[in-house]
Design a protein around this ligand. Structure first.
Ligand SMILES: NC(=O)c1ccc[n+]([C@@H]2O[C@H](COP(=O)([O-])OP(=O)(O)OC[C@H]3O[C@@H](n4cnc5c(N)ncnc54)[C@H](O)[C@@H]3O)[C@@H](O)[C@H]2O)c1
Length: 335
C-alpha cells in the first residue's frame, strides 16, 4: 500500500505518519506538506531515515504536483489545512485557499488520475457549530460559525459531491479537539503548559465556560486508520472520546499537574462568534468500524504535560511567535 499523507509536518499529520509506519509494516508513505505556518519539521525528524517514508515539500493547491503524486499512490489522507480559528478571523482568504480549494484540488487529482484511489478527508466537529443540547450525529447539517469551520464544511461538501458525481472512494472523519505531543503553542493545551512553565499569565477566552470535547491525538490517528481501511465511500464518521470539559477546567488541571498557582489565569475578550459547546456522537464509528479510544483523558493529559516539560527544543522556536498574543484574531490581514 502506497499512502499519500498531506499536511504530515503538522500536529496530527506527523503523529499519523508515525502511527502508520509503526502499525502497518506493509505501508509506504509520502508526506506532502508546504511547510506552512502549522508545520514543524522537528516533528518527523525521527522518521527521516525510514526507507518507507519520503517527504515532498509542496502545496496541495499545486495541480501538476498533485496529479504527479496521486498517480504514484493507492490512497490519500488529507490532513493539510490552515487550522487556527483565530487566524481565520483575521485572514479568511488563506483558509478558503488551503482548506476548500486545496481539498478540491486533491479530489480532482484523484478523479482525473485514478478513481480507485482510496481517500479520507480529515474534517472537524467545528463544522456542526455550537451543540446547544445533546450531541451531533453525522446526519446533522453543517452550521459553521467562523471562517475556519466554513472552509472545512465547504471541503466536506466537495468530498460528498465528488463521491455522488464521480463515485470517488472518499470518506470523511469529523473529530473533536485534539491534544498530545507535537502540537504547536498556539492552541489551548500547549499554550497553557508553556506559559505556566514560564510563569506567564494564562489567557482564557471569555469566562472560560466554553466547552470542548477532547481527543488524545493517538486515538484520533487510530480512528483515521480505521476509516481508511474499513470506512464506506460517501460516509461521514464522527470521532469523539466523550471528554467534554470547560476551558477553565482544562487550564486548572494543567496548572495542578505542574504545581503552578491558579492566579496565573487571566480572562481575555472572547473571539467574535464563539462556539459555546462542541459535542459529538461517535457511535457509528464505534459500532460499525470497531474503534474506541484506548487512553483515558487523565493519562493522556498527564503524558502530554510530561512531553512538553521534556521537549522544550521542539516548541522553543515557536514559543515567542505564538504564545505571547492573548487574542490573535485582533490582528487583521489586509488584502
Ligand atoms: N487540531 C485539532 O484539534 C483538529 C481536530 C479535528 C480535525 N482537525 C483537522 O486535522 C487536520 C490537521 O490538523 P492539525 O491540528 O494537525 O493542523 P496543523 O496546523 O498542526 O498542521 C497542518 C499542516 O498542513 C500543512 N498545510 C497547510 N496548508 C497546506 C497546503 N495547501 N499544502 C500542503 N500542506 C499544507 C501545514 O504546513 C501544516 O504542516 C486539519 O485538516 C484539521 O482541520 C484538527
Amino acid at each position: 500500500m502506497k499512502l499519500l499523507i498531506t499536511g504530515g509536518l503538522g500536529f496530527i499529520g506527523s503523529n499519523f505518519c508515525r502511527h502508520i509506519l509503526t502499525k502497518y509494516p506493509d505501508y509506504e508513505i509520502i508526506n506532502l506538506d508546504k511547510m506552512g505556518i502549522g508545520s514543524n519539521p522537528a516533528s518527523v525528524q525521527d522518521l527521516e531515515d525510514n526507507s518507507r517514508y519520503r517527504f515532498i515539500k509542496g502545496d496541495i493547491c499545486n495541480i501538476p504536483l498533485l496529479h504527479k503524486t496521486i498517480s504514484q499512490v493507492d490512497a490519500v489522507v488529507n490532513f493539510a489545512a490552515e487550522t487556527h480559528v483565530d487566524r481565520s478571523i483575521s485572514d479568511p482568504y488563506t483558509f478558503v485557499q488551503n482548506n476548500t480549494i486545496g481539498t478540491y484540488t486533491v479530489l480532482d487529482a484523484v478523479r482525473k488520475h485514478n478513481l480507485h484511489v482510496r481517500m479520507v478527508q480529515v474534517s472537524t466537529d467545528e463544522v456542526y457549530g455550537t451543540a446547544v443540547e445533546g450531541s451531533f450525529t453525522e446526519r446533522d447539517p453543517p452550521n459553521p460559525s467562523n471562517p475556519y469551520s466554513a472552509s472545512k464544511a465547504s471541503a466536506d461538501m466537495f468530498a460528498l459531491a465528488y463521491h455522488k458525481t464521480y463515485k470517488l472512494n472518499v470518506s470523511i472523519t469529523r473529530c473533536t479537539n485534539n491534544f498530545g505531543a507535537h502540537q504547536l503553542p498556539e492552541k489551548l493545551i500547549p499554550k497553557t503548559i508553556i506559559r505556566a512553565l514560564k510563569n506567564l499569565s494564562i489567557p482564557v477566552y471569555g469566562t472560560g465556560t466554553n466547552i470542548r470535547d477532547w481527543m488524545y491525538v493517538q486515538d484520533h490517528c487510530a480512528a483515521v486508520a480505521a476509516v481508511l481501511e474499513k470506512g464506506e465511500a460517501g460516509e461521514i464518521y464522527n470521532v469523539s472520546a466523550d471528554n467534554e470539559a470547560t476551558n477553565i477546567e482544562i487550564v486548572k488541571r494543567i496548572l495542578a499537574l505542574l504545581g503552578k498557582p491558579e492566579d496565573l489565569i487571566t480572562f481575555v475578550e472572547d473571539r467574535p462568534g464563539p462556539d459555546i459547546r462542541y459535542s459529538l456522537d461517535s457511535s457509528k464509528l464505534r459500532f460499525q468500524l470497531g474503534w474506541k479510544p484506548e487512553v483515558s483523558f487523565e493519562d493522556a493529559l498527564e503524558a502530554t504535560v510530561k512531553w512538553y516539560v521534556e521537549n522544550e527544543k521542539f516548541w522553543a522556536p515557536y514559543a515567542t511567535r505564538d504564545i505571547l498574543s492573548p487574542a490573535p484574531w485582533k490582528t487583521s490581514v489586509a488584502r
